[in-house]
Design a binder for this molecule. Structure first.
Ligand SMILES: Nc1ncnc2c1ncn2[C@@H]1O[C@H](COP(=O)(O)OP(=O)(O)OP(=O)(O)O)[C@@H](O)[C@H]1O
Ligand SMILES: [Mg+2]
Length: 247
């Protein structure tokens, strides 16, 4: 593990939330999509947002990072109210976002993609540390974004935000469409990031994967939080969860 990461340890679960979302509403034009979403994420926690297609998971991430046209309510990061901030200032609170489509620049190389986003906080990983974490990326450093497999693109997208110094990571379905062996690798990466003190809010459809990485699961339906299930209770709540997810 890169040494610089080892300096930062998880804080106790009794700590104040790193991210607090309260009564969050959001719109696409006239379409009212989020209807009072609320949940907390403590430092060092991995929390998933689970829910059916169209439930509002992606929109919740977009509202948190400030790229939704219209939102209302409260989003605090380390106690700082961010609801009225532009997205670049929210990023500077130490929030990194990996969208579902990953946002890799096809015409740029892996190395160019990695160095593109501005650093938002000191203490981000160096290129060398990112390559230690994802050796595949080093092998592909000179390859264009288009030449990467889905798994390599996902690793590039995650590596890229680690470089910015963000410590709160918002990840939208990082395992979508990936082969099981790559999904396992992403799982190992997320667990390692957690032990290094990163805080992760993860959107997932695959609750079996979510179970291998998360502390808690927040279930969203029609733009509202309808349940929260601690990971330890997931198996006992499987019937209920499958009904929520329609699987
Ligand atoms: N750009 C958009 N313009 C208008 N409506 C949108 C837009 N994006 C999403 N929506 C609508 O907002 C609602 C929530 O969508 P969202 O993408 O947040 O769902 P999701 O939970 O991420 O679903 P999925 O699992 O399919 O990714 C859905 O009804 C969707 O149709
Ligand atoms: Mg989505």
């Amino acid at each position: 593990m890169p040494e610089a990461l080892l300096a930062e340890r998880p804080v106790p679960a009794s700590a104040a939330p790193l991210l607090s979302v309260d009564d969050l509403e959001g719109w696409y034009g006239e379409s009212h999509v989020l209807h009072g979403v609320g949940f907390d994420v403590k430092p060092g926690e991995v929390v998933t947002l689970l829910g059916r297609n169209g439930a509002g998971k992606t929109t919740t991430l977009r509202a948190i990072i400030g790229i939704l046209g219209r939102r209302r309510g409260s989003v605090t990061v380390k106690g700082v109210e961010a609801i009225a901030m532009p997205s670049r200032l929210i990023a500077r609170l130490g929030v990194g976002y990996v969208p579902e489509e990953r946002g890799i620049f096809a015409s740029l190389t892996v190395a160019e993609n990695l160095t593109l986003p501005p650093q938002v906080k000191p203490g981000g990983l160096t290129l060398k540390q990112i390559y230690e974490l994802f050796p595949n990326l080093e092998e592909r450093a000179g390859s264009q974004g288009t030449k990467l497999s889905g798994g390599e693109q996902q690793m590039l997208a995650i590596g890229r935000i680690l470089r910015t110094g963000a410590k709160l990571l918002l990840l939208d379905e990082p395992t979508e469409g990936l082969a099981p062996v790559i999904v396992e690798q992403i799982g190992r990466t997320l667990r390692m990031l957690k032990t290094e003190g990163f805080t992760i809010l993860l959107v997932e459809q695959n609750f079996r994967f979510a179970q291998t990485v998360a502390d808690r699961h927040v279930v969203i339906e029609q733009g509202r939080v309808i349940d929260t299930i601690p990971n330890a209770d997931l198996d006992a709540n499987l019937g209920k969860l499958k009904t929520y997810l329609g699987v």
